[in-house]
Structure formats: structure tokens, C-alpha cells
Design a protein around this ligand. Structure first.
Ligand code: SF4
Ligand code: MSK
Length: 653
């Protein structure tokens, strides 16, 4: 039994009322001895060396591990700066590889769909396919859609193995940004190539110049943001449709007492889309009824949830730190997981309940889970098998406790939808956003992204920053677990406009959007890059992303993917702050200097860790105001309302 359990009260551990209710219920009942990440964070101290707070550790060869400080090198003479840079580079390579491998699988699936070898999947957004094909330099004139899809898949896959030159999608960045990358020799040549080269450079005895290592890290992260992640987002839209505003509900209260609850968790949209689709099948619903349930309820956790939320309005019942808690409701018949951010603890935990845990990716097995592999061509049968298994498990339900807590939200803000919402069907454009930023009704745009971290009060930083920023007229865009966090606390619905400043509120009311925009899953941070590029090309806010009054924050980050995202934001010219837990280079002044000052000189963005959340807010606001000043838009302009005659006059100029 965990003697330290509940040393910290649920109120301090999580901002999510539903999560707190489960914690309280479990602490008082028979399941007291069950441990979650919240408990383990209290009993296991964070290693000060691994986190970079008190020295740095290198274990890149068998003469180590070497624990170094500023005054002591590793056995081979490696300095703290070199080791910190190498470690950070490897983290970022791992993050980039996760996103990119996800993108690779989608590119592969697109090819199979084009060849008719992936039953259940189809091309859903032809226009987006044509756009991607063009961006990849593929001729689309007078060609059959399937042929274009086949070639697009082939070309997208070739970006991974490309050895020389530049990956095509970087051309979507503003011209000036591309020049910055070329000047600094960081344009990715190929996605896999940059990741492999990071591993080589950081092997014992290769690249030992911290700045040189970190420049390559920039190139690796760019191969994620403008490469692997972008491929993943684009092809997901092509196969499952580009998101549009969609209302939904969130939190654990969306588990259903009377229906079979099936949770999809992880990051891949593929099998999950089929599961959602099949759950509406009359025959399946009848089968569920024959087993005593009123129907089937599909809900999600983490970014698989975000994927199916964005396109189908499926309820996200929680984010990263909710996964164990959700299982503890006793209401989940089956949890199907694919890749990334799935806690191993679920395997053991599932044995305490009737929940069946199913792994489906060829890349991921978890002790305690049943493995049922998804193979592109078995999707429909597998989805049916999994749903049937969930239905058959309904009879095994025991005690159930579902917190009666839900909230409304609106998601689905792809960059295409934002452009449409701003300009209307016939005049789709980012112009109204640029104008609102220029006249000061919107002060700037802040991306709040990333995970939960059990060492940080659950959801608290995401929600605090979002509230404070919209209050001051900053538009907030969110992805990943940050987005689910703010949805759960009621900030992602039109009613939340009452918390927004007057300027932001006036724009959101006119356009009909909430004050914070859910832009999707982790890989969909690439959508934010596209928005930034389009805002630059719309004009009036400088010539490069680094001129824009924007910033990025990962307030509760935990995964290596977050480090890759943060780095490609910086490489794209965006000031990015990590909070909660430090970036694991804290004790190396040299590396801290490189990722802040040096990167700012070279790329116009910097990566900084700031522990105090109020300071994060102040720094982001200070940065955005400095950008406004540089653009000479820091003085509030009066809005000029044109009548029809004045408009006609303008059109004739
Ligand atoms: Fe130690 Fe150098 Fe080996 Fe790292 S590479 S473990 S610093 S000897
Ligand atoms: S799921 S990477 S915990 S955002 Fe994308 Fe959430 Fe972070 Fe995973």
C-alpha cells in the first residue's frame, strides 16, 4: 500500500473536477492502494542530474555514465555544454522521429488507398490532395485522382529517405524564412537523414561543438514541423476530411452508464476512424442491445481523441493525466491504444477492473494488454472484432462511478476553416485577422501546446495562461493535451467570450468563433506553421514569421515530441517558452546561451525555460508588445468604417 498517498490534496493535484472526484472516491474506498502517476510523482523524486538541474549525465559510451558539472568534464574530456547539447539533440531527434514515423504511415496508407488495397479507407478531401500534390511538385492536370494520390504517396514517402537537396514543403514558409534557413545551412535534406545524422553526431567522439550540434538539431526539428508532421496532417485531412467547426462535449461525464464505453487513446486516426464509423452500424448497435446495453459510446483520450474530435465531434474525456483516472471509473469496457503517450501502468491497472486493454500498432505492445494488430487491409474486420469484444465485456461491469461533469466545446479549427470563418465562403482570407492585429483589437496570437506533466498541477498552467491571455485580447490557439485541458474548463465554447477582452470579443462575435481555437493533435502543430505563413503573406505584419506578434508556450510539457515542436517553432522564428519542468539543459550556461541568445540572432526565435507561470505570461506579453512596436502598430488605431461608396472608391484605385 502506498503510505504517502494523498499527501497532496486532489485540489492541488488537478484543476479537473472530474479527476478530483475520482481521486477522492478512490482514496476513501477499497481501491485506496491503487497508484496513479499523481501518486508516483509524490513518491518518486525527479533525478536532478537527468533533469539537468544539478549537473548533466552522459551515458553515450561504456566509460561512463559520466556525471559532469561546469568544473568537471566526462572521462573523454566532454564538457558540460557538449553533453547537454548532445542530450538535447537526442531528445529532439526522438520527438521528431515519433511525429515523422506517424506521417510516414499515413503517406504509406494513402498509396494503398489509391491502389484499392486498404478496405474501409478512401480519399475524402480531393481538393486538399490536389494542393498537397502541387506543393510536392506533382503535375495534376488531366490526371485521375487515384494516379495523383499514388504519386503523392510516393513523393511524400521519398521525403523521408531523401539524401540531398531540400524537402519540398519548406517552400511553404515565407521567402525570407527560407533564406534564413539557407544562410544558416539548416534546411532539412531528408527527414530520416537528419534524425540518423543526429544519432551519429552525438555518438561518442563525433560532433563536440555545442553550437554545431544544436544547429543540426534545428535542422532535425525543421524536418519534423515542415516535414513529417506536415505530411501527417495533410494526409490525415485528405483521408478523413479537413476539419471544420464542430460542437462536442468533453470530460469523464461523457462516459455512459447505460452504454458500452469504448475509449480510443494514443495518436493515430486510422483504425479509430473506422471504429467510430462502425459504432453507428445498426447491426452492431442491435448486438449491443442484445447484451443489455443501450448502445455504444466511443470516447477518446489524448491525441487520438483530438483527431476524431476534430472531424467527427467524438468526445475527448480527458488528456494525458486522465488516462488512468478514466479507467478507475470502472465504466470502460475496452480501451484501444495505438502509439505514443500511453502509460505502461494501464496494463496492470486494467487487471483491477473489467476493462480490456488492446494494443493495435505493430510498433507498440504493453504487458497486460491484448495485441490485435492493425495491418492497413484488416481495418474493418479488426474494428468490428474490437467493438464486439467491448460489447461482450459489458456484462462484466462491476461498480461504476462516473463523475457527472461535462462541458461544451467547439473544435475543428484547421487553417482552412479559420480562413473560411474569417472571410466567408467567397472571400476566404486571413485579412480580417491581420487587420484586427494591426488595429489592436487582437494584440497577438499565442499558441499553447503540449502535454500534462505529473509534476505540475494537472491543467492548471494551460488554463491560467489561456484565461489571462484572452482577457488581454490575445487570441489563443491550442493543440494536443493543452486543448483538451481548456475545453474541460469551459474556455472552448462561445459562452467563454465573456472572459475575453473587448477587442478579441468583438472579432470573435463578428466571425462566430470562440476566443480560443482548437487546432488539433500534436502533429497538427504544423497547422500553426501554415497559419503563420499565410498571415505573413497576407501582408501588413512584416515579411517573416519572426516579425509577427506571436509566441508559443508549452506550459506542462513532458514528451520529447514537445521539445521537437518547441524547436521547430523557434527555428521558424517564434519565441517559445517551456514551463513546468525544465528543459534538461538547465545547468549548462553555454547551451542555455545558445538556445536563447544565439538562436535568436540566427533564427529570430528563442527557446527558454521559465519556471514561474506569471513570469511566462509577462514575458510572452512583453515579447508580443515589442514586436508590435517594431511593426509600429503599438498605438491603438481608430477603426475606420467604410460605407459602400468608400469601398467602391478603394476598388477603383
Ligand atoms: Fe563519459 Fe565521454 Fe563516454 Fe560520455 S562519451 S559517457 S562523457 S566518456
Ligand atoms: S498526447 S505528446 S501528452 S500533448 Fe499528443 Fe498530450 Fe503531449 Fe502526448
Amino acid at each position: 500500500m502506498n503510505k504517502n498517498k494523498n499527501k497532496i490534496s486532489p485540489d492541488e493535484l488537478s484543476e479537473d473536477r472530474a479527476v478530483r472526484e475520482i481521486m477522492e472516491k478512490m482514496a476513501a474506498g477499497d481501491l485506496k492502494e491503487i497508484e496513479t502517476a499523481f501518486d508516483r510523482a509524490q513518491t518518486m523524486k525527479c533525478c536532478p542530474i537527468g533533469s539537468g538541474i544539478s549537473g548533466i549525465c552522459c551515458k553515450n559510451c561504456a566509460m561512463g555514465p559520466c556525471r559532469v558539472r561546469e568544473d568537471r568534464t566526462g572521462l573523454c574530456g566532454a564538457t558540460m555544454g557538449t553533453i547537454a547539447a548532445r542530450n538535447l539533440a537526442r531528445h529532439i531527434a526522438a520527438g521528431a522521429s515519433a511525429h515523422s514515423d506517424h506521417g510516414r504511415d499515413l503517406a504509406h496508407l494513402l498509396g494503398l488507398v489509391a491502389e484499392g488495397k486498404a478496405p474501409g479507407f478512401k480519399i475524402n478531401d480531393e481538393l486538399k490532395l490536389l494542393k498537397l500534390a502541387k506543393n510536392l511538385g506533382i503535375s495534376i492536370d488531366d490526371r485521375d485522382t487515384k494516379e495523383i494520390a499514388k504519386e503523392t504517396s510516393k513523393k511524400a514517402l521519398s521525403l523521408f529517405g531523401q539524401q540531398l537537396g531540400e524537402i519540398d514543403l519548406i517552400k511553404l514558409a515565407p521567402k525570407k524564412r527560407q533564406e534564413v534557413w539557407r544562410k544558416n545551412n539548416v534546411v532539412p535534406r531528408g527527414i530520416d537523414r537528419e534524425i540518423v545524422e543526429t544519432m551519429h553526431r552525438t555518438h561518442m567522439g563525433v560532433d563536440q561543438d555545442a553550437e554545431h550540434i544544436l544547429d543540426h538539431t534545428i535542422r532535425t526539428a525543421l524536418s519534423d514541423g515542415w516535414g513529417g508532421s506536415m505530411v501527417a496532417t495533410e494526409i490525415t485531412d485528405i483521408l478523413f476530411r479537413t476539419p471544420q467547426a464542430v460542437p462536442a462535449k468533453t470530460n469523464l461525464g461523457m462516459l455512459d452508464n447505460d452504454k458500452v464505453n469504448l475509449v480510443i487513446h494514443g495518436h493515430e486516426p486510422t483504425l479509430s476512424e473506422l471504429i467510430v464509423e462502425l459504432s453507428n452500424d445498426e447491426e452492431i448497435i442491435e448486438y449491443a442491445k442484445s447484451k443489455g446495453a443501450q448502445g455504444i459510446n466511443i470516447v477518446g483520450i489524448c491525441c487520438t481523441a483530438n483527431e476524431v474530435l476534430m472531424r467527427q465531434g467524438v468526445s475527448p474525456i480527458g488528456n494525458f493525466l486522465s488516462q488512468e483516472i478514466a479507467m478507475m471509473t470502472g465504466a470502460i469496457e475496452l480501451m484501444v491504444v495505438d502509439i505514443q503517450c500511453i502509460m505502461q501502468a494501464l496494463g496492470e491497472l486494467s487487471k483491477r477492473f473489467h476493462t480490456k486493454l488492446i494494443t493495435t500498432s505493430a510498433k507498440c505492445k504493453i504487458p497486460g494488454a491484448t495485441h490485435m494488430e492493425f495491418k492497413d487491409n484488416n481495418g474493418i474486420e479488426l474494428a468490428r472484432e474490437i467493438i464486439t469484444m467491448a460489447i461482450d465485456n459489458f456484462k462484466n461491469r462491476k461498480e461504476v462511478f462516473i463523475p457527472n461533469i461535462t462541458d461544451d466545446l467547439v473544435a475543428g479549427f484547421s487553417h482552412e476553416y479559420i480562413r473560411y470563418a474569417l472571410g466567408g465562403k467567397f472571400r476566404e482570407s486571413f485579412r480580417p485577422l491581420n487587420d484586427a492585429i494591426i488595429d489592436g483589437r487582437i494584440q497577438g496570437v499565442v499558441a499553447i501546446v503540449g502535454c500534462n506533466n505529473a509534476r505540475v498541477p494537472h491543467d492548471k498552467y494551460h488554463n491560467f495562461l489561456t484565461r489571462e491571455l484572452i482577457k488581454r485580447d490575445y487570441l489563443v490557439v491550442l493543440t494536443g493535451c493543452a486543448a483538451i485541458s481548456t475545453a474541460k474548463c469551459g474556455l472552448m465554447k462561445p459562452e467563454a467570450l465573456k472572459y475575453a477582452g473587448e477587442g478579441l470579443r468583438s472579432i470573435c462575435e463578428a466571425v462566430g468563433i470562440p476566443p480560443i481555437l482548437h487546432m488539433g493533435s500534436c502533429v497538427d502543430n504544423s497547422r500553426i506553421l501554415t497559419v503563420l505563413s499565410e498571415v505573413v503573406s497576407e501582408g501588413g505584419l512584416g515579411e517573416d514569421i519572426s516579425d509577427l506578434p506571436v509566441a508559443g508556450i508549452a506550459p506542462e510539457w513532458m514528451s520529447e515530441k514537445a521539445l521537437s515542436i518547441g524547436t521547430y517553432f523557434v527555428a521558424s522564428g517564434v519565441y517559445t517558452i517551456f514551463s513546468g519542468e525544465p528543459i534538461p539543459v538547465e545547468s549548462s550556461q553555454e547551451v542555455k546561451g545558445i538556445i536563447t541568445k544565439k538562436w535568436e540572432e540566427k533564427f529570430g526565435g528563442k527557446l527558454e525555460y521559465v519556471s514561474d507561470i506569471n513570469e511566462v505570461l509577462n514575458k510572452v506579453i512583453g515579447h508580443i508588445q515589442a514586436k508590435r512596436k517594431a511593426l509600429k502598430i503599438d498605438v491603438k488605431k481608430e477603426r475606420v468604417l467604410f460605407d459602400m461608396e468608400a469601398r467602391r472608391g478603394m476598388e477603383n484605385v
